[in-house]
Design a protein around this ligand. Sequence first.
Ligand code: ABU
Length: 889
Amino acid sequence: MVFLLQQSKHLVHIRLSCAYMRALCDIIKLGVCLLITTLQILESCSAVVDGNNDDTVLHIGGIFPIGGKGGWQGGQACEPAASLALDDVNNRKDLLTGFTLKLHWNDSECEPGLGASVMYNLLYNKPQKLMLLAGCSTVCTTVAEAAKMWNLVVLCYGASSPALSDRNRFPTLFRTHPSATVHNPTRIKLMEKFGWSRVAILQQAEEVFISTVEDLEARCKESGIEIVTRQSFLSDPTDAVRNLWRQDARIIVGLFYVVAARRVLCEMYKQHLYGKSYVWFFIGWYEDNWFEVNLEKEEVGCTKEQMRIAAEGHLTTEALMWNQNNQKTVSGKTSEDFRLRLNEVLRQAGYDIDNMRYPEGYQEAPLAYDAVWAVALAFNKTMERLHKHGKSLKNFTYTDKETADDIYSAINSTQFLGVSGYVAFSSQGDRIALTQIEQMINGTYVKLGYYDTQSDNLTWLSKERWSGGKVPQDRTIVRQVLRTVSLPLFICMWTISCIGIMAAIALIVFNIWYRHRRVIQSSHPVCNTIMLLGVCTCLWSVFLLGLDGQFVSPHVYPVVCQARAWLLCIGFTLAYGAMFSKVWRVHRLTTKAKSEVKKVEPWKLYLMVTGFLLVDLVILLTWQLYDPLQRRIEVFPLEDPLSTEDDIKIRPELEHCESENNNVWLGVMYGYKGLVLVFGLFLAYETRSIKVKQINDSRYVGMSIYNVVVLCLITAPVTMVIASQQDASFAFVALAVIFCCFLSMALIFVPKVIEVIRHPRDKAESKYNHDVGMTKEDEERYQKLVAENEELQKLISAKEEKIRLIKIRLQERDALRGGLTDGRLPPGTTPQQDSTANTGLTANKDTLIVADFITGEGTSDSAFGGGVSVYTRSSRASQSDFEFSESYL
Ligand code: ABU
């Protein structure tokens, strides 16, 4: 029982607890309901206060880039400007009568993703927005592409991307900001004005700049301006700037947001792409002090001073964003009034306006102001229109295409004078505007002029200043300088050649004049004359070798080339061919049987020279007809000029004579000449110690051949190696030709001339002949005879001494006998016998003298077989003659 009582108490207690709990819950529920109701009441009160729920408020959404790190943060000045416009619009009784305009906005940081998020928040949160305002091209692109899905018109106050002019992609977009393409005609105009036809482009990899560059490229092409390079970068412009330098870019159009612009400027400084040789076109909407702010924050890596140095002289182009003539605008205020008010607002927001420290977007602030006015005017127009149909803007929903079209038409036809100038929209929704050109002079922007694209009217104030004192050139001017043979060298070689030619002519005269003299006659005077003609021709070619671009025009140069080849070949063939034919003949004489060779037939020598000439003619004619020598220019690497003041480079050029298949022709010619040279060398070597009376100068001819061969074998390859050094090459060839010619003339003619001078009468020439007719065997025999002669002389002297002594003794004896037998001869001795003894001695002497004067005329020596008259070396031959000729061999 107690247990039951206890249990029932317990149950009562639980029930009481449950009731208590239920009551508590009800109280909480009531409290929550009260709270919600209170909140709802508060919210509705707030809405009433804000005007959100008021039927008299028209809501628009705003997206402002303000706090981002890159791109354009123009919302900093544009948002206050838009607020000013809202105030002005809402203060106007004749506009949107009975309504007020309200802007709901947020920061996009110029980030397309964040911009999209801001847009969705605006769209999905009440109240219903009638239009969107946006700034920054990347955000506008995202917003305008999406907004059409909500039948919303987007008005961009700060988007310059030319891509936004695509009506198919952005059917509901309008902008008070002119398209960046408006700069391009201005840039082209400036390039034409300053004569720049070669430009480069440096761009940040953003659609806004890519589409601007596409437009610029098309316009440059139309105007005949070459785009030398187009460099782009994402965030670090180092490589792109370096490439500009590599491409020798001088006039550079830079398209980037201001943060990137600071990096580019720093890179320009580091890589020395500034100053008198460079002109940079920057976008004009950066703030005036853009190059010296945020350097540390953005870790730019250059000091303010360095940035100032690099920025000096750059040009900017920008659409005019401030109404120039201080007229009253649609708001009843002038652009100056607007500026003062805006400055005041910004000052209150903490900006140091008095020290020209403007927030980003200050330039575009009039565009934001006018954008709000354009919205108001368009809504006004739409409301009137809708009113006629008993409709209201307040009833607009995102599915109301009809009202959206009305808003679109209204804004499309809106035109007014705003603080940014005359506001009107093209069929692409673009703003039509004037552009202004500025230049940074001494750290501040100076207006240079304005350009009206529509009327192609450039107003120029002539305030530009260039650091080099003259308009920079668009490229390194390359001055082509023809490398020519130095004049003193040419004159020197030509003078020597002239002397050689005169000497050769004199020798020809000598050769003909004394042709009857044995010394000339036996050396084949006609061959000598041919050789001398060849020498003249070769020496004349020296003149042609030095005849280059300093004397002849390019179209005459090929003629000089061909004349050189002809003269040198023919001259060589005449001179060398004549000498060759002589040694060949000597070789033939010494190798033929006596019966075969009676005498040297001159026609055979001429035939040989003619044969060589014919081969020359065939090769030269074929060469000239099929692949003539032309003027080819060898270009050398660029060189700096002597004066560092000049912004030019020197490109040395050198003229060459070349055919298409030059190596083939040279191969043929050198091959042929080489064979003749080597064969001549062989013949000269074979006949080195042979002398025939029919060709008395064959040994000198041999020497001359050695000389020619050696020089040709050296000169031909060396000139090919040093062909690019005009002076060295000319001097080498000219000296080789001159040396060959002079030495050949000297070797062949000096002995003859001396002989003729020494012995004016022909008789004496036998000695010359003896000299030259001497062989080694003759020499040995001669030496033997001399030794024998000396022995005999000594013997004679001894005998004479003996005789003298005997005579003395005889005289003594005679004297002794004198007294005995006066005037009588010794017994057994006759006067005749005495005389014979003396005569015998004399005869002995005569014999020796005869031995000394063995003449070839009378001695037919068979030492060489074949009936050739061989001469021994004469005692009259000078020892030095032998030494010279033998040491040479
Ligand atoms: N004038 C500012 C333009 C900014 C932009 O196009 O993104």
